[in-house]
Design a protein around this ligand. Structure first.
Ligand SMILES: Cc1ncc(COP(=O)(O)O)c(C=O)c1O
Length: 453
């Protein structure tokens, strides 16, 4: 992790919180100034060491689970090939949800046995491609999806390890909830229709083309109350006992608990270890009751968020009614969640004179400072974090947005004919490497059909 600079945070409503947070300053202000003079702004900066550190931290959080375990990186959070290459070195698994993501993985030479595929669409032809590409761990989320997987297995002569995505219908406190009654994801334990985990299990165990592997669920993203996991494990325990009454030799090889590990933006959050402590006993009880299973912990946000900074330049400012509006050359087109989720990314000014002094300005309360983007849209303002420090905000200085590695690059969009920013990675050996070129207006013009006569 980067240089230590501790920000004291007021303890908020969460019970198991850490009340200090260290911004991940993996580059020095002087290095930032060198990079912006070379590549311009806006620019994303990624730190490879942080990726490795996070993968380890997440795995270690589950050390008290008595069975085997692995981490699966949810590629949807950031599909930049250099990130995939870095995680490949950690030997982790990849959680995929589209043929596009599969294409990226194959191009990066990632082994198919290190993949778990969870589709939303579950089409037969999609599953044919998945199996032909050597992926054997597949999660089905509907009866129809399971039937399509059977057809694909028959066509390709591959017998997939099949998991069922359940919707445990538990209450989830999170920024994004993925488990709710009548929701689009997964199937209920005991639904009345054929889209019921109970009925799908019976079909899979009796089907010659599929192997039953286990259960998968994903409760949401940026989860801050962990009772939803404990409640799901209790429901799962009862459910498995019920199945065993009908199928006495029923065995589970894998339980995949999906994503949700939170990241610091504004509120203090528990560490993954503190998170896991809330339900590790329940997980071990499940293993005691029904046999040891491999635990898969998926994560997108936690694994990549803190690895990246977005650098922008302050291009304009105005002040009225004791409010200061700071306009930067970034916008929600490159940091969508600032508008969509009102995400409060921590921000900090980098002085173009490199004096590197961080202190609070007493004349204006942080509430009276507004960071606005370059787009002609009301929503293009960046909410401030408790950890934001905008002293020294003046035209020509830079603003670093921290913890932007998840769900940002993947949503880059050309609103107002904006191009994609370059991405630079600080590699584990300390070098800075351009890993994605910025695009040009010419690229965009052509992409939008400008060169079609
Ligand atoms: C099935 C599944 N697993 C894992 C994740 C990753 O969640 P997070 O980024 O909160 O770790 C998602 C996110 O949408 C998901 O849909």
């Amino acid at each position: 992790m980067g240089e230590n600079f501790q920000i004291q945070l007021i303890e908020k409503s969460l019970k198991t919180t850490t009340n200090t947070y260290t911004l991940n300053r993996f580059v020095k202000p002087s290095q930032i100034l060198d990079l912006v003079s070379q590549y311009g702004t806006p620019m994303y900066l990624i730190d490879e060491n942080t990726l490795h550190f996070k993968a380890n931290e997440l795995l270690n959080a589950y050390e008290k689970y008595k069975g085997s375990k692995r981490i699966a990186y949810s590629v949807k959070a950031n599909f930049i090939p250099s990130i995939l290459h870095s995680f490949m070195k950690d030997g982790i698994t990849f959680d995929l949800t589209s043929l596009g993501e599969l294409y990226f993985l194959k191009k990066c030479n990632i082994e198919s046995e290190n993949v778990i595929y969870t589709s939303i669409t579950e089409e037969e032809e999609e599953y044919v491609q998945v199996l032909r590409n050597g992926i054997t761990k597949v999660v089905v989320s509907s009866f129809n999806g399971m039937t399509n997987l059977v057809k694909a297995a028959e066509k390709t002569n591959v017998k997939p390890q099949t998991l069922i995505r359940i919707n445990p219908e538990v209450s989830v406190k999170a920024e994004i909830r993925a488990s709710y009654k009548n929701g689009k994801f997964g199937v209920p334990f005991n639904g009345e229709t054929i889209d019921s985990a109970f009925k799908i299990v019976k079909h899979i165990v009796n089907n010659e083309f599929l192997n039953f592997d286990g259960f998968h669920f994903h409760l949401g993203s940026q989860i801050t109350n962990f009772s939803c996991y404990s409640n799901t494990f209790s429901k799962l325990n009862t459910f498995i006992s019920k199945i065993k009454k009908d199928l006495p030799s029923f065995k589970i090889n894998t339980i995949d608990i999906g994503g949700g590990t939170p990241v610091f933006y504004n509120q203090p959050i528990p560490t993954p270890k503190q998170m896991a402590e809330n339900y590790i006993t329940k997980l071990n009880q499940l293993a005691d009751n029904h046999g040891k299973f491999e635990l898969i912990i998926e994560s997108g946000r936690f694994l990549v968020a803190e690895s990246a900074i977005l650098l922008s330049r302050i291009v304009n400012m105005k002040e009225y009614n004791r409010h200061k509006i700071v306009i930067v050359d970034a916008g929600y087109h490159i940091l969508l969640d600032s508008a969509l989720m009102k995400q409060e990314y921590p921000q900090e000014v980098v002085d173009s004179n490199n004096t590197n002094i961080y202190r609070r300005n007493s004349s204006l309360s942080p509430k009276n400072i507004h960071v606005a983007g370059r787009l002609c849209d009301t929503y293009d303002v960046f909410p401030l974090s408790e950890a934001s420090n905008l002293d020294r905000a003046r035209i020509g200085n830079y603003i670093s947005f921290y913890n932007v590695g998840a769900y940002s690059v993947v949503f880059n969009m050309p609103f107002h004919c904006q191009t994609k920013p370059p991405i630079v990675m600080k590699t584990s050996s300390g070098d800075f490497k351009l890993v994605r070129k910025g695009t040009t207006y010419q690229n965009l013009f052509e992409e939008e059909g400008g060169s079609i006569p």
